[in-house]
Design a protein around this ligand. Structure first.
Ligand code: TYD
Length: 219
C-alpha cells in the first residue's frame, strides 16, 4: 500500500529564510524513501507561473491581486498538488493560502470575508466536506526589522519585497491570526537564530509528527 500523501506549506515574511530549509527537508524526505514534489505559490504550473509574473510585477487593485492568487492556486491544486497527494507523495509548497490572508488580508487590508469565500471555492474537494488544507504549515517567524536588514543586501525587490517594515509587521500579525485559528495545523519556528538552530526546530517538528525518523535513530 502506498504511503499516504503529505502536504506541508512554508510561510513567513520576505527574508525569513525559508528556501534553504525547504530544500534540506526535501532531501531528508527523499533519504527516507519518499517521493517529494517541491513547489511554490504563486506558481507551480505553467499557467500559475504566468499569473505569478503578473501579480508580482504589475500594479493592480487588491481584489484583482486576490483573484489572481486564488486563480493560480486553483490550477496548482488541480494540476499538481491533488495528483501528488493521490500518489502518496510528499508535497512541500513554498507558501499557500495563509500567505494570501497575511499579505492581501492583513498587509493590504483587503476584506478577509472575501478571502474566506475564495478559499472555500478554490479549496473545495469533490469527495469531502472539508477544504483541502496543508497537513502542516511551518511559519518561519522573523522580526520584520531583521528581515528588512537581510533583504537590503540581497536582490532587486518585487512589489511585495519593496514594502516598508510596517507592511511586514501587519503581514506577521496576519500569520499569527491564522495560527490562532488553526493551532494544530501550524508550527511556529523562531527564525531569528542560526541556520542550524532553525533546521533543528524544523526537523523536530516533522519528527514529532512521526513523518521522519531522527537521523541515526533505530527503525
Ligand atoms: P516568494 O516565493 O517567497 O518570493 P521569492 O521567490 O522572491 O522568495 O513569494 C513571492 C511573493 O508573493 C511574496 O512577497 C509574498 C507574495 N504572496 C502574496 O502576496 N500572496 C500570496 O497568496 C502568495 C502565495 C504570495
Amino acid at each position: 500500500m502506498p504511503a499516504s500523501g503529505l502536504f506541508i506549506s512554508f510561510e513567513g515574511i520576505d527574508g525569513a529564510g525559508k528556501s534553504t530549509h525547504i530544500a534540506a527537508l526535501a532531501d531528508a524526505f527523499r533519504a527516507a524513501g519518499r517521493s517529494v514534489v517541491l513547489t511554490r505559490e504563486p506558481g507551480g504550473t505553467p499557467l500559475a507561473e504566468k499569473l505569478r509574473e503578473l501579480v508580482l510585477n504589475d500594479a493592480m487593485d487588491p481584489l484583482s491581486e486576490a483573484l489572481l492568487m486564488f486563480a493560480a492556486r486553483r490550477d496548482h491544486l488541480q494540476q499538481v498538488i491533488e495528483p501528488a497527494l493521490e500518489r502518496g507523495d510528499v508535497v512541500l509548497c513554498d507558501r499557500f493560502t495563509d500567505a494570501t490572508f497575511a499579505y492581501q488580508g492583513s498587509g493590504r487590508g483587503f476584506d478577509v470575508g472575501v478571502l474566506r469565500q475564495l478559499e472555500s471555492w478554490v479549496q473545495a474537494r469533490p469527495d469531502s466536506t472539508q477544504l483541502r488544507q496543508p497537513d502542516l504549515t511551518v511559519w518561519f517567524d522573523l522580526p520584520p526589522a531583521v528581515a528588512a536588514q537581510r533583504l537590503a543586501s540581497a536582490r532587486v525587490p518585487d512589489r511585495f519585497e519593496s514594502q516598508p517594515v510596517a507592511f511586514f509587521e501587519r503581514v506577521a500579525a496576519g500569520y499569527a491570526a491564522r495560527l490562532n485559528e488553526s493551532p494544530d495545523r501550524f508550527a511556529r519556528i523562531a527564525s531569528d537564530q542560526t541556520k542550524a538552530s532553525v533546521w533543528q526546530q524544523l526537523q523536530q517538528t516533522v519528527e514529532q509528527r512521526g513523518w521522519l525518523r531522527a537521523a541515526g535513530a533505530p527503525a
